[in-house]
Design a protein around this ligand. Sequence first.
Ligand SMILES: Nc1ncnc2c1ncn2[C@@H]1O[C@H](COP(=O)(O)OP(=O)(O)OP(=O)(O)O)[C@@H](O)[C@H]1O
Length: 474
Amino acid sequence: MVPFIQFIQKHKLIEPSSTILAGVSGGPDSLSLLHMLLRIRKEWELNLVVLHVDHMFRGKESEEEMEFVRSFCREHDVPFESCQADAGAYAISHQMSAQEAARACRYQFFEKMMNQYQASALALGHHGDDQVETILMRLVRGGKGTALAGIQPKREFAGGFIIRPLLGMTRQEILDYCEKERLAPRFDPSNEKDTYTRNRFRKRILPFLKEENPQVHEKFQAFSENLTEDERYLQELTEHEMNTVWRRGDGFAELEIDLLKRLPLPLQRRGIQLILNYLYKSVPSSLSSIHTESVLSLLSQSHPSGSLHLPNGLKAVKSYNLCMFTFEQAEPEPYHLELPIPGEAMLPSGGRIEAKLITESPGADRGKNSLLIKRDKVLLPLSVRSRKNGDKLKLKGMNGTKKVKDIFIDKKIAIEARNQWPVLEDANGTILWLPGLTKSAWEENDWSEGEFIFLQYHQQGSSRGQNTHDETGY
Ligand SMILES: Nc1ncnc2c1ncn2[C@@H]1O[C@H](COP(=O)(O)OP(=O)(O)OP(=O)(O)O)[C@@H](O)[C@H]1O
């Protein structure tokens, strides 16, 4: 009991007078956990509720476990909530392993109950040996960052927290507790199967470590807590330092290579992970530290351009000092549309350009979404097309021309958006305007006698790949 209470106090796991749910399978860990919580229930004025999920793996035997937990709760006057979830069927329909399916079903029920009871926390029976096994397994598999810190004593879940008050105790201490308190837990036979990696670590590695140091779990717990603190600090530092290094938008990110290279290597690594975490809405299981290293190696190559394919269609394209991360899409078809005057051209992106012939001023500042040109300065018909290599445009207030490609780069337009961006030209093939992007040198300022062509660009919805400064706040 002492290490249990000390652990709760050290990690501020339970507030007095709160509602605590306990996940109880009926095994020694969760049954001891429940028993210990019951012992502090009165003094701490806890509102305890027990949750049990029958995964229906072992037919009648599983059902008996549920009945066992139910009757234990009845005996100790604790509310009991249960559900039967066919984890085997869930595994097939969701193409996952039976263990993953059981976990998914369990957490769905836990979340529902957290909301129903407006609970502060859900207590689970993970203990110190689980912690040692988890850290070792992740090291061996090749985890990174906080994953290597193993099981957290407290983490956010469903408006409250998941708490693990037994992390300071060993499996043996829990078994001894069961014996002393005459608890008669159920033993899950799957805990013995050598087919599970965890069981192999438990049976082969832990005995050796415990022989070397019987309190090895405390060393692993201290390692976990220190690593979590270090990681948190490095993560904050990375986020702060990366602010000026990368820009992001809907489905894309772009980083300035020289700025990233000025950071120390541990921050560079975390910086790349930050970008990948941002882009992947849910991080693919195939993503590993190898990918971070591959991106760093792409950025270090002396060749000014290069690219790298990452999981789920993400591509990193390096071009001089910039590296653009975007999801690959089918190449959009080039297009060429005549723009009738008066009339409009419907763009493949969903927007449109409207053209009118006017003889009266349309008003003062018209912004980048419109263009007023003198009718006799251009050769009709006008047309709107997708960009071509070598396109150049004369910009307002500038001598000479500027490459359209450079304008896209300056304006941080993602590559996929560049291929669809409308380019306005006249019948001579002179580019007059990049709608929505720039003020053109063809813009007529002095209102005088004559006929004018007035063009308006109407963008449709959000333009994927265009910078969205206001949304991202960089
Ligand atoms: N079917 C279940 N119903 C409710 N809670 C569960 C169930 N299975 C697991 N849990 C909770 O999740 C914790 C971790 O489960 P896991 O299966 O990894 O550990 P375990 O060593 O089998 O634990 P136990 O000895 O309590 O069965 C358990 O201690 C318990 O708190």
